[in-house]
Design a protein around this ligand. Sequence first.
Ligand code: S3P
Length: 167
Amino acid sequence: MILVLIGYMGSGKSTIGKALAKSLSYRFLDLDDYISEQESASVSEIFKTKGEIYFRKKEMTHLKAILNAEEDTVLALGGGTPCYGNNMSIITESDNVKSFYLKLSIPNLVTRLSKEKDHRPLISHLQTKEDLTEFIGKHLFERSAYYSEADHVLVTDHKTPQEIIEA
Ligand code: S3P
């Protein structure tokens, strides 16, 4: 079984994914880290030197390979993964995959991302909380349709990591 965690940047996919994998004795994979290892470069470096389209192609290739694996896995996607190519159809149509959208409100995303934006190339240039709020509002509006195709939508505001894992 492969449990796929979906959600915007800063929604807790990696943190929750690691703890969930531990509690189920599953392997944990973070798609960004996986791509970084394969490319021997950070996500920011890949965006800078090879461009976003190159990153999206790699993201799709590695996603498909991981979803074909036999091993029980918790997989944290990148925030954009469900929104490119046919990634979301592959996820929802695979029999061995269950997907979960970790849904967090815009103010909570802004609070988290204002502290964690430097390694995220799409938002690292945004200076103020107002800039982040405006960007995330529009971006999330575009992406929500993809995220909402997940098998389960978990609203994570006001929930502890343990409560999210149990849900
Ligand atoms: C992206 C999210 C990032 C990473 C890349 C692009 C996006 O992953 O894949 O910077 O398009 O939302 P996180 O969601 O883990 O930050």
